[in-house]
Each structure stands twice: as C-alpha cells, then as structure tokens.
Write a protein that binds this ligand. Sequence first.
Ligand SMILES: Cc1cc2nc3c(=O)[nH]c(=O)nc-3n(C[C@H](O)[C@H](O)[C@H](O)COP(=O)(O)O)c2cc1C
Length: 197
Amino acid sequence: MTMTTASIDRLVVGISGASGVIYGIRLLEALKRLGIETHLVLSKAAETTLAHETELKPAVVRALASQVHAVGDPAAAPSSGSFRTDGMIVAPCSVKTLAEIATGATTNLLSRAADVTLKERRRLVLLVRETPLHAGHLRNMLTVTEMGAIVAPPVPAFYARPASLDAMVDHTIGRVLDLFGLDAGLAHRWDPKGRAG
Ligand SMILES: Cc1cc2nc3c(=O)[nH]c(=O)nc-3n(C[C@H](O)[C@H](O)[C@H](O)COP(=O)(O)O)c2cc1C
C-alpha cells in the first residue's frame, strides 16, 4: 500500500451533524495511520448522528484524534489564525455549517475554525451532504468556493466498483486526502485499460 504524507503535519477535522458521520471517522483513522496531527471539533448534532448511524460512543471517535477541542470553546487553538495548521476538512458538512461558513456568521468553534482557515488562505475541504438542494444551498456552495474552499460532496464513484459501504467510504476519503497531496492507499485509481484497480 502506497502511503505519502507530502508536507502536511497538522490538520483540523470538523465533524458536523450531516448524515455520514462515518466519513469523519474514516478520515481520522486514515490521518492517524499517516502520522498527521489532528485537531478534532465534533458538533453537538454530530453526536446525535453518531448515535443514530453507528454503535460508537463519542469518546471512541475523540480517541482517534491527537487533540480534541470543545465545539463551544471560542478560545480553543483552532479559533486563531496564529495557530498554524495545514488546513481543515469538514466531514461530513451539514448545510447549516456550510451556511455559517458562507456568511462568516459563525456560532461555534467548528465554523469559526473553518472561517479562520479561509482567512489564512489555507486549504478548506467541505464534504457537504444534503439532497435535494435548494438555491440557498447552491449559492452557499458557490460563495465558499469563491472564498477558496473546495466543496467535495461525498458522492460514490461507481467506476471503482465498490463491493461494500466501507469500500465506498474509503474511496471518498482517499480522494479527499488527494486534495492535500496525501495518499493512504484508499482511493482506487482509474485505469482506462481495464477496470479500476
Ligand atoms: C439522523 C440525522 C441526519 C441528518 N442528516 C443531515 C444531512 O444529511 N445534511 C444536513 O445538512 N443536515 C442533516 N441533519 C440535520 C443537522 O444535524 C442539523 O441541521 C444540525 O443543526 C446541524 O448542526 P451542525 O452543523 O452544527 O452539526 C441530520 C440530522 C439527523 C438527526
């Protein structure tokens, strides 16, 4: 398995309350394997989706991160641009958190850390998960894109012929890591001569 870490040392990971908490979990696991320092902010709603979608307790997810910051703590390290990071990933990203990032009207540490990431011109990747979408959602996605964020909805790639939900999630996380020049060996690479290998 190929594993590359580019020059990425420290990332902020936000897990919001959109469906697909597993994306955040897989991301933390992959970053841990890659030896990247992670700073986790888990929203209150994410604790609810965690309970609905998995058998895991929040403590188990928190244990995957190098450091955990309370979502209600406005003074935590990622709330300041002077805290150096190589970027932030919100996986999954709710349309509520997307809206806060798009407007800059941040109400918690998760959206504040994303706002800081943008103002410092660092890479921000948002796995926005909602369907269907109204014009406000689409406008917010355009707005954050214009501000420098990358909107990367967790849409399955069927060319990878995923045999399981795990494989589908892994491929998406692999492609998100690609955006940071990281390779945890999760993404199936397209091979035009045959099926994805
Ligand atoms: C089981 C469950 C699934 C949800 N799925 C989504 C979703 O896919 N997308 C979304 O934007 N919100 C979804 N929500 C609603 C968000 O949790 C809610 O808007 C919340 O206020 C988001 O807060 P946060 O962004 O601070 O985590 C879901 C809620 C629950 C309980």
